[in-house]
Ligand binder design. Sequence first.
Ligand SMILES: Cc1cc2nc3c(=O)[nH]c(=O)nc-3n(C[C@H](O)[C@H](O)[C@H](O)COP(=O)(O)O)c2cc1C
Length: 206
Amino acid sequence: MKVLMLNGSAKPQGNTYRALYEVGEQLKKEGIDYEIFQIGAAPLRDCIGCGQCTEKGCVFDDDKVNEFVAKAKEADGLVFGTPVYYAHPSGRVQSFLDRVFYSSGRAFAFKPGASVAVARRGGTSASFDVMNKYFGISQMPVAGSTYWNLVHGRVPGEAELDAEGMQTMRNLAKNLAWMLKCFEAGKAAGVALPDTERGNQTNFIR
Ligand SMILES: Cc1cc2nc3c(=O)[nH]c(=O)nc-3n(C[C@H](O)[C@H](O)[C@H](O)COP(=O)(O)O)c2cc1C
């Protein structure tokens, strides 16, 4: 089994990476593979709501969104990490995930997910809330930990000094691994996926 993580910081080895690395190394100890996908620093489009998403994902193919979607479809679980900018997830990560989920969110149903917010000091829990909303609307069970998934640090590498933050990452990984194994065991025992009801989509005015 494999967990795909998104480093939503343009810094490939910053604090968000460090937090995700802690999750990944613990996953490995639990027998689960992982990959940290770098969002990178190249220009990144936001969603323009064109509604032209296809089976292959977003119509815009000049950044990494569709590459990520292809990997996410293959993964068994997803973890999204974001640096906190002005008390919200970075604009970069929100633009990226809006397009990932608007084009392909249904493909991730029943895969467990978790998000991680990393900041110098403030805005972590607000950012964590925003990130978790992608899971809730996509039928994705959310893995928890022994605290909300928050890590503190300013300059790259400082996250490692946040002892409770690192512990929270390791416990998140243990819980996520446990969920993945339970789902696998359920599948092997013949537990069917829920039969999703669709059809009602009301826009409050009719
Ligand atoms: C534009 C910008 C806005 C930021 N806003 C916040 C903030 O609201 N709260 C905070 O505690 N840290 C804030 N920071 C600091 C980063 O969240 C912090 O340095 C974090 O460790 C960066 O993660 P990274 O190394 O993965 O990029 C901000 C940094 C930048 C560049």
